[in-house]
Design a protein around this ligand. Structure first.
Ligand code: NAD
Length: 473
């Protein structure tokens, strides 16, 4: 990147500036929305072996328009203030788009987590959490972290436990962090949430006949072809759910070791099994394989939907002209450079932006927080009641029609919802609503692209909050 190229935070701010041209919001409110409300940079000591190591860390709360603030904690050597501020800012807009009533935040600890033992990581995590507690930067009503790059359910369990030791009698303590293991007050469906949200977002976009016609595609997700870059958490769930529930044909997959293409379709479950067994996706039966040097070919495969689900800046000015897919679904964060986006938009492609499309994770984190505050799992109260009601209804229909419903169908129809059903249904509702609120803004304001429309949607909702709160009378 040249020294004059905008850094990550500046890029986010320039998207914001571009979007504000489509609003008539007071300049002061816009400025308040734009800036980071609180930036906490800290250095703390941790004993590693016989040495004391000083660790650099951050927690940024971008917007206090709604509390608590929310955002992941990443462990990476690339962590710096600018990056954490940019990610916290994006969280604010992401939450607003999917109506998750939180401000955005992000945390970062500048370490390479793979350089430390489990015990050392636990010490670092607990110390970082204690520092946040001391400064009032964590709590179910203040700021609620979640996993991000280099952290997972294990770290979230340590954070929860550390918080509890300080706030012994706080009844809602479990809501101080999300992404916890299910056995530690977590929620089922969190692992698949981002991929499932990506699927719901793509499915909704494909359901709009008018938009599909413009792309020369038939409406509906069924039968569409898809290529996916990255078979990690987000990519694998997107591919599996698209295939199993959307009847999508997966024709291409890219991973670190290379890429494969199979026009007749790849069974994604079989490929995952094959990769586990052989350590690679290459040489999958019936597919054309491209080695490591050619792994980016996955972005250029012939298909209807391209899902970059691996890393930032995957599609850039060089390869963008060769992208054949008509729909680019940003499952990863920032997979397109600004230049690539311009090229693809000029070619009439539909780009579903990360800001909206990968918000499934934070949405289900919100459900976890709600579960923690209510101290009960979803479905516990109504499941059996609903089951009995449906059962009575079937019996009544049987009686009046003199037709017997067989046992299998009866069980299927008269089933009460479990937590996983409710989480999936809430996520589906969220993604459908968010898609249409962004699309409505795009159409009504004559905006060319979904990213700008997503920013406008978020900015307008946040500005509404400020005026409703009477902060700017
Ligand atoms: P992950 O580490 O589970 O998966 C990433 C996968 O990409 C890995 O399998 C890796 O081997 C592969 N990969 C890396 N470089 C590659 C390359 N050059 N070509 C092809 N494959 C490559 O990570 P994840 O959680 O699935 O996250 C993926 C993206 O989605 C990231 O941008 C992340 O920020 C974003 N995201 C994740 C979540 C979530 O809930 N996990 C939520 C929102 C956004």
């Amino acid at each position: 990147m040249s020294s004059s190229a905008p850094n990550f935070f500046q890029s986010v701010q320039s998207y914001f500036d571009k979007a504000t041209k489509f609003t008539d919001i007071d300049a002061g409110i816009l400025q308040q929305i734009k800036v980071c409300n609180a930036v906490y940079r800290l250095n703390f000591p941790v004993k590693i072996g016989n040495e004391v190591k000083v660790i650099e860390a951050y927690r940024v709360q971008h917007s206090h328009h709604r509390l608590p603030t929310k955002g992941g904690i990443r462990y990476s050597m690339h962590v710096n203030q600018d990056e954490v501020m940019a990610l916290a800012t994006l969280m604010t807009y992401k939450c607003a788009i999917v109506d998750v009533p939180f401000g955005g935040a992000k945390g970062g600890v500048k370490i390479n987590p793979w350089d430390y033992t489990e015990e050392e990581l636990e010490r670092i995590t607990r110390r970082y959490t204690s520092e946040l507690v001391k400064r009032n930067f964590i709590g179910p009503a203040i700021d609620v972290p979640a996993p991000d790059y280099g952290t997972g359910p294990r770290e979230m369990a340590w954070i929860y436990d550390t918080y509890r030791t300080f706030k012994d009698n706080e009844i809602d303590a479990a809501g101080c962090v999300t992404g916890k293991p299910v056995s530690q007050n977590g929620i089922v469906g969190r692992t698949e949430a981002t991929g499932r949200g990506v699927y719901f977002g793509i499915r909704e976009a494909c359901s709009v006949a008018e938009d599909m016609q413009k792309l020369g595609l038939k409406p509906g997700i069924g039968g569409k072809t898809m290529a996916v870059q990255g078979l990690g958490n987000v990519g694998s769930y997107t591919a599996m759910i698209s295939q199993d529930e959307g009847d999508v044909k997966i024709v291409g997959i890219g991973e670190v070791e290379g890429a494969i293409y199979k026009e007749s379709g790849i069974d994604i479950h079989d490929l995952i099994r094959f990769r586990k067994e052989t350590g690679s996706i290459l040489n999958y039966p019936g597919a054309i394989s491209f080695g490591k040097e050619e792994r980016e070919k996955v972005l250029e495969f012939e298909c209807d939907i391209l899902v970059p689900a691996a890393l930032e800046n995957a599609i850039h000015a060089d390869n963008a002209p060769r992208v054949k897919a008509k729909i680019i679904a940003e499952a990863a964060n920032g997979p397109l450079t600004a230049e690539a986006e311009k090229i693809l938009l000029e070619k009439g492609k539909l780009i579903l932006p990360d800001l909206f499309l990968n918000a499934g994770g934070v949405t289900v984190s919100y459900f976890e927080w709600l579960k923690n505050l209510s101290h009960t799992r979803f479905g516990r109260l109504e499941k059996r009641f609903n089951q009995r009601t449906y059962d009575n209804l079937i019996s009544y229909i049987e009686k009046t029609t003199q037709k017997k419903v067989d046992d299998f169908e009866r069980t299927l129809i008269a089933r009460g919802a479990d937590e996983i059903d409710l989480v999936r249904s809430g996520l589906e509702e969220t993604m459908i609503n968010a898609y249409h609120s962004v699309r409505d803004i795009k159409l009504s304001k004559g905006i060319n692209d979904y990213r700008t429309a997503s920013f406008v949607c978020a900015i307008e909702k946040i500005a509404d909050d400020y005026s409703a709160l009477g902060i700017f009378p």
